[in-house]
Design a protein around this ligand. Structure first.
Ligand SMILES: C[S@@+](CC[C@H](N)C(=O)[O-])C[C@H]1O[C@@H](n2cnc3c(N)ncnc32)[C@H](O)[C@@H]1O
Length: 213
């Protein structure tokens, strides 16, 4: 029998925070996401996808703004989130496959998806667990796309802002190869590669399960 460690649980305070956001919206929450605020960032991420439809799992999908964009481009998107209220909000935005579940213990069989997204969510999870689960549910040519906050951005008090040099070893430890990292300048209407990390708002990482995709 495999010696599997007990999965880490999501924090109750995180669920409470996002249940409130899901029910009442981001205003007055003291929180926001660049993915929600910037249509340009959603477009920039969507452009990373090939034209051929992909089966995508968005982990910590929140209200489903980016997922809507991907679905409109023809991809089959499933969202998973610990907050029922966020899932309801994503459902209202058209996400029919919205599943209550935890990034560190995903309720899907192995090799179910072509791409896993973790957008502005890694600060709420244990990296090794979440990346291990992403690897398990990805097919053998699968791809993991991550966005998180750049060094100059003050993240929400509950969000752990991992640095790139903490994220990369965790990805390698979970058997991913980092194919691309980009620091992005993001505003409502623009998303461009920043000349220096200090000028950026968002860190984007593209990691591959193997060399073949
Ligand atoms: C900052 S929001 C980001 C939402 C969306 N991805 C975006 O970019 O706008 C973080 C989301 O992750 C979800 N979340 C937090 N911890 C989680 C976990 N352990 N498993 C799944 N979802 C989680 C929250 O409920 C919330 O919807």
């Amino acid at each position: 029998m495999k010696n599997r460690k007990k999965p880490t649980k999501p924090k109750r305070a995180t669920r409470t925070l996002f249940d409130r956001v899901g029910a009442q919206g981001w205003r007055d929450s003291g929180h926001f996401t660049f993915t929600v605020v910037s249509g340009a960032l959603r477009g920039w991420i969507a452009d990373r996808f090939p034209r051929a439809p992909r089966k995508v799992l968005s982990v910590g999908c929140g209200g489903g703004e980016l997922e809507r964009r991907l679905a409109d481009a023809g991809h089959r998107v499933v969202g998973v989130d610990v907050s029922l209220a966020m899932l309801k909000s994503a459902h209202r935005r058209g996400m029919t496959a919205a599943v209550l579940g935890d990034a560190m213990n995903l309720p899907f069989p192995k090799a179910s998806f072509d791409c896993v997204l973790l957008c502005e969510t890694i600060g709420y999870v244990d990296l090794a667990r979440a990346f291990g689960e992403a690897n398990r549910v990805l097919n053998k040519r699968g791809r993991l796309l991550i966005t998180t906050y750049a060094p100059a951005v003050a993240a929400h008090v509950r969000y752990r802002k991992y640095a790139l040099d903490e994220i990369v070893p965790s990805l390698t430890g979970a058997h991913f190869r980092v194919a691309e990292t980009r620091f992005l300048r993001v505003n409502r209407n623009t998303a461009t590669v920043a000349p220096r990390p200090e000028d950026a708002k968002v860190l984007f990482i593209d990691a591959r399960k193997d060399a073949g995709c």
